[in-house]
Design a binder for this molecule. Sequence first.
Ligand SMILES: Cc1ncc(COP(=O)(O)O)c(C=O)c1O
Length: 358
Amino acid sequence: MGLRPIGELVRPGLGELQPYRVPVHPGVIKLDANENTYDFPEQVLRDIFGAVDAQTFVRYPDPDAEDLRAALSDYTGVPAARISVGNGSDELIQNLMLTFAAGGKVVIATPTFGMYAIHAVIAGAEPVVLPRNADFAVDPEAVIAAAARPGVRMVVLCSPNNPTGNTIPPEVTAEILDRTGTVVVLDEAYYEFCGETAVSLLDRNPHLVLLRTFSKAFGLAGLRVGYMLAGREVTEAVGRVKQPFNVNAFSQLAATRLLKWRPVFERCIGEIRRSREELLAGLRRVPGVTAYPSRANFILFHTSLPGPRVYEGLLERRVLVRLVDGPDLPGCLRVSVGRPDENAAFLEALEETIVSRR
Ligand SMILES: Cc1ncc(COP(=O)(O)O)c(C=O)c1O
């Protein structure tokens, strides 16, 4: 028998999947990934490196991340038995898809974070797109109706939502939970920038899953640490698909130590929140720009020029933002809130781009 073309051997369904591509442009002002762009605090860095010893790297990491989960229990008020950690919340999204959605359908309220649909397809689940309202609000009736459709096992919501920046009011989440039979995932990756959470709904709702990350407010995007708060049954089920050593030893140690330094990060988060409002006001002063209010550390905006022209114009001026232009967000871009100097450079580059019309 002759060799079969690789394309014929690739699992059906993966053929059309476009990998998540992240443009790399060294040396630019990087405001495209909603990281915390402040320098990592020196004293926290020293504390973390002071805790590394000659055994830290030679042993496999703790598969249960006991220390980190205990520290997270202290931070969130959720018992450690109902906390799981992942190699970024990306891994947890994938594990949730593998556990619940594979072979079925998952409702995703869009426009939103693109990885939900990508992980759905990777897991062999069918993403069902549920458009948000024109003001980006989630319509609970529409979610409840979509979740009741045959084959749907999970619903994914995001609050504050990437890239639109608005939150889902807790009473809307509560209503969706009361009248939906599926697992409901609420991604709170940007929770620290708004302070609004559905944690208080966890005890009464065993189908609710909250996702959080250290990549945004806590400045640990490079170390890949996310976590999930859920009921015992969901935690146990997702534990079945988890890789045993998913979060490496250094990342576990760094995230655990970091939580002891929360006041340092809270000051920085406060500065980012203040800068966000200044950036919003600055954007609104640029001719032809519509900028949407945000509860996160990024702002969605639209200009009178085509989105790709604005993106390229900014890049020529060494500022990288995210082009989110598409059928559901025509002409839109998303900029992360950076340090004041970065925000000022971005605004200047945007004005120049729009005034020079290229
Ligand atoms: C809403 C949302 N969820 C999850 C993630 C991924 O976070 P992590 O770095 O923990 O994988 C992001 C990153 O941009 C995000 O915007």
